[in-house]
Unconditional design. Structure first.
Length: 466
């Protein structure tokens, strides 16, 4: 009887048991004609397999066959678990498999464009090797992305996408538990929702159309359609020419829209409880993934408070001013000042996660509700992790006359959004919501330096393949 094994579950308690595992041959190390090692990888885990010639069990031909395999070939290994006296270097599992049978299921081509071991090394590994005078190969980002299916095999990447899946899952489960309904809004749309230029235009059977820049208008229309709380997980398309570490042309939007009773802070309360629950969940249930990422890309754990800090935009500007950065009080924060404010907040309040409220109306989209006490400001907010934006949100204008006026002031052709504005003429509740960038949350929670690391096959202004 075999334990049909997941490599990550192999442990010393299984000593002397027979196992059957399938994985990729990451390392193939001949020792002599009578002995060889294979390191087999399955997702984030690796195990050392030992072939030693012995009468009736392992033939010299089998050792030769093992050493003739190409790296990354998919193999089935049958063998018996043993526990060596010395710690095993370079594998995640501290047991070995004494191989009895070995089958090659699918051979990889020799000389792959990326060596997974090289692609999995940390900067510390490179520095240590350099000190010893050894030459290690650094795999550049473009090479990684050109051969993404190989790059994805590194343990840090395996861990990253497991974290991403958990973020999405907590988002759904939390909102379902709060009586939100999941929706799917159209991605083929007649016009822009967030601003004219940054859309991918297309021909919709002879009509001009574009890919949705966000579910914004439709999630609000869902509220007009009688749903009091909705959420959506879906692709979002932005044609913006931003070649930065945090902009993609296609990303996954996590969107929320809800009725509000008294104040847009009810929306901030959802952000607060949702993200505290999410961070708690990741820290509690994904420690292996976080350790794996940390091993290749070291980062400090995220500091966050049980009740998320809220500052007003004016307070933020004041903090920056006191620290020597003078900003135009009604202009938007640029990336540099956001980062600086993030640092100041982290030092003063001991949190890397906070909400900045009450932005100047002039820097927010037309659908944003002005503050009742001072219409130069708005009932809006952004949310930051480590000084970078992951969310923007607001109360929306649900009054059709004001909405028309605001759209006109922002230079929007009313004809293009008339069905949206009309939706508010049939009786629409006060409401608000927010949009989260999934890739940004994962990037910033894990302290990664580039959003391309958190997108499976990233799309940026220069990349449409693979
Ligand atoms: O700030 P944005 O553009 O806001 C909206 O789309 C609104 N409709 C949201 C709302 O409900 N008020 O986008 C929301 C979030 C940003 O905070 C950011 O995390 C992410 O989406 N995002 C991007 N992520 C990757 N690449 C890009 N080009 C992004 N643009 C925005």
């Amino acid at each position: 009887k075999f334990i049909s094994g997941r490599v990550g579950e192999l442990c010393a308690e299984m000593k002397d048991k027979s196992v059957l595992i399938r994985g990729a041959a990451q390392v193939i190390r001949p020792v002599s004609k009578k002995m060889a090692f294979l390191v087999i990888r399955q997702s984030m885990s690796t195990v050392q397999c030992v072939l030693v010639v012995s009468k009736d069990l392992v033939s010299p031909q089998m050792v030769r066959f093992a050493t003739s395999l190409s790296k990354e070939s998919i193999v089935d290994v049958e063998g018996v678990i043993s526990v060596p006296n010395e710690p095993i270097k370079g594998t995640t599992q501290q047991v070995e498999i004494q191989v009895r049978k070995l089958y090659c299921i699918n051979r990889a081509i020799p000389n792959l464009p990326i060596n997974i071991e090289d692609a999995s090394r940390s900067e510390t590994d490179f520095k240590k090797a350099e000190e010893k005078g050894e030459q290690l190969v650094r795999v550049g980002q473009d090479t990684r992305l050109n051969y993404r299916v190989l790059d994805l095999r590194t343990p840090a990447n395996q861990a990253t996408f497991r974290i991403q899946c958990q973020v999405e899952n907590v988002f759904r489960l939390f909102l379902l538990s709060e009586n939100f309904v999941g929706i799917h809004s159209p991605k083929l749309t007649p016009g822009s929702s967030e601003g004219g230029a940054a859309v991918f235009k297309l021909d919709y059977k002879g009509q001009p159309a574009c890919l949705a820049q966000s579910p914004q208008l439709y999630k609000q229309m869902a509220l007009c359609g009688g749903f009091d709380r909705v959420f959506e997980v879906g692709s979002v398309f932005r044609a913006e020419d931003s070649y930065t570490h945090r902009h993609l042309c296609e990303f996954v939007g996590l969107d929320v829209e809800m009725e509000i009773k008294e104040h847009y802070f009810e929306v901030c309360d959802i952000v607060d409880r949702l993200f505290v629950a999410m961070f708690d969940h990741l820290n509690k249930n994904c420690s292996k993934e976080l350790e794996t990422i940390n091993h290749q890309y070291p980062f400090q754990p995220l500091k966050y408070l049980r009740k998320t800090l809220r500052l007003t935009y004016a307070e933020g500007i004041q903090m920056l001013k006191e620290a020597g950065t003078e900003l135009e009080p009604m202009a938007d924060l640029n990336t540099e000042s956001e980062k600086k404010l993030g640092k100041l907040v982290s030092e003063k309040y001991n949190t890397d996660f906070y909400i900045l409220t009450r932005y100047p109306l002039g820097v927010r989209p037309f659908y944003t509700m002005p503050c009742y006490d001072n219409p130069a400001y708005s009932n809006s907010f952004d949310v930051f992790i480590r000084g970078e934006e992951i969310i923007s949100g607001a109360q929306r204008v649900h009054l059709p006359e004001l909405l028309t006026k605001r759209a006109e002031e922002c230079g929007i052709d009313i004809k293009t959004i008339s069905t949206y504005i009309d939706s508010f003429r049939y009786g629409a509740p006060p409401h608000g919501g927010f949009g989260v960038g999934l890739e940004r949350v994962v990037m910033l929670f894990c302290g990664l330096n580039n959003i391309r690391k958190t997108s499976l096959f990233p799309r940026d202004p220069q990349r449409l393949v693979p």
